[in-house]
Ligand binder design. Sequence first.
Ligand code: EPU
Length: 424
Amino acid sequence: MSEVIKIEGGHKLSGTVRVSGAKNATVALIPAAVLADGVVTIFGIPTISDVDALATLLRELNTDVSVFEDHIIVDTKNIKNTPLVSPAVGKLRASYYFMGALLGRYKEVTIKLPGGCDFGPRPIDLHLKGFESLGAKISFDEEGLCHIKAKRLVGKRIYLDFASVGATINIMLAAVRAEGRTIIENAAKEPEIIDVANLLTKMGARIRGAGTNTITIDGVDHLSGCYHEIIPDRIEAGTFLIIAAACSKRMVIDNVIPQHLDALISKLEEMGVDMEQVGDSIIVYGNDRGLSAVDIKTQVYPGLATDLQQPMCALLTQANGRSTIHETIYQTRFKQCDQLNLMGAKTSYDPPMAYIEGPTPLTGTDVSATDLRCGAAMIVAGLVAKGVTTIHNVYHIDRGYDGIERKLIALGARIWRETYEDEE
Ligand code: EPU
């Protein structure tokens, strides 16, 4: 059985939408819980399938896990360092955070390589080099399992060739239980890194500088349980800002940290979108004057997030003139262009660039959520298109967007899910 999402486009949206907890923080916070001796309670958990996969992996490690509507409780009193080899590892990219967390706790981990969205090469060499710098030896067996083992983990100065989000977090997870001081230079500065550092600090870790490009970690012998509240999802918030810019009369996007979205907000303003920030909400007013084409360039935080590039691409099909996208993080992340063209868009790409001629009327047809944020792009396009858009491979969307249909229906969208038998 497979599911599709169907959207009847062309309806103006209005009302308030509340943003959920940040997926890309959640998927690191949950593995981080295995570092604690005690009970870790994390509030603000989004209802997404990545959380289910991580809970499965925690259960394979013999931890007691309870997942509730908005929080998760992880108790490590019976934890065992079991090799993580089940299909759940391949369901998401963030299973790699068990590398750093288990290495920190046990000095040893065996794990399959992670899965996640396929939009081009996604190496983890910087993670592994970081573990090696801390004293670990790494090997791969014939089945492709990765074995990481250290006699001792000893703090080191580690310079990242690229400010990788995953490598920064993974090295931090291992280093909190290493002997002595680790300094991560050219560290990534994304808000999710600060969130993970905050959780670890509440457990008893000694971390300074998270959110800057130099993070200093003094290893400790013991970490304990704690309570933690996840930051709001800046990518979900950004996706709703883009949806509002595409088709709303007046939309209030609530539970937002506006400064996390500065780059997107200024691009939307450049396009002619009227917005107002009120506390932790952003109000987007409808734009009847038409949107202007813009040039965008994805960059590490605080630059424009690559995860918003794909839904932005869908919005740019509605802007007047020729827009360009320069994708500097994942140079081939353009699968949405082929799908948008099926709906009548005029886009082309030659990585790392994409070009969008607008405005083009879009017409509903069968399209695929080839990856999570391509799925977000299809939702934006489906909401503005004439007729019904049928989005296939919706499991990608379910990995990262909490209650997307429920939230859109409350805003007045005509969106629903259908199940069908797979052909043999
Ligand atoms: N890179 C390397 N070697 C490494 C690690 C990264 O060359 O060892 C390169 C990558 O190939 C890429 C760049 O560095 O060109 C950035 O990768 P980064 O490690 O920062 O990304 P990530 O940790 O794999 C996270 C998010 C992504 C998001 C990126 C960039 C999670 C689980 N994933 O991935 O989120 O696009 O940071 O911000 O946190 C999504 O949410 O749709 C998503 C893909």
